[in-house]
Design a binder for this molecule. Sequence first.
Ligand code: MF3
Ligand code: CO
Length: 257
Amino acid sequence: MTIHLKTDEEIRVMREAGQIVGQTLACLREMIHPGLNLLEIEAFVRDEFRRRGAKETFLHYTPDRRRFPPYPSNICISVNEQLVHGIPRDRKLKEGDIVSLDLGATYKGFVGDAAITVGVGEVSDEAKKLMKVTEDALTNGIAAARAGGRLNDVRGAIEDTIRPSGFSIVRGYGGHGVGRHMHEEPHIENVRARFKGPELRPGLVVALEPMVNVGGPDTSELDDRWTVTTKDGSLCCHFEHTIAIREGREAEVLTLP
Ligand code: MF3
Ligand code: CO
């Protein structure tokens, strides 16, 4: 397992990549309304990348050419029981839906990766609670990511935030190192491990991505080989930020607008 620590100069570039992602997601948050077609979201992202000189990160990505077809879009849009990796298609958002927007961009050779979940119009109290718990888990995970600590501190902070809600923590998907590649070491499950894990050193850049289901923790995959849904069809939620561990202070969030 090789963890690639980043220099201050590399983190400066990763901040630019992250801002493109953060600002584009902030625009999309404002755009979300009942009746919006998912293909309009994909088109907006394509235009934004062109305007800002960013390169596609998700488009044509595959973790394993033999097992997964290349991902066909620039953004993952996952609605309601869809957890992650939803492919934008001709579908309109409806009042009461919740939609996860997961976006990656490559700028000057480095990747920014972030996701938000947004309610469409007025949503149920349960959906509101689900979104709050998942976003709080991300916030608390970031707060626990301090130089000198261990990766398990972050995993534990995320787990401890979600547990009291009674919702389920998804296993098998999680955060990851980020750099010149979208997925680097270490992989970060959203629950504690038996071991403390690697030390959090200045220059470590990771994406944290808590995923929470209202119902059971199990997931399924659609026939498109990408879209991950809850197995029981329950509502689910996903938030993500790319963060950098900095000397002597809290981690810096690179994907803020
Ligand atoms: N944020 C997601 C991840 O970290 C995005 C991957 S989508 C893909 O896994 F299509 F590019 F795979
Ligand atoms: Co990610």
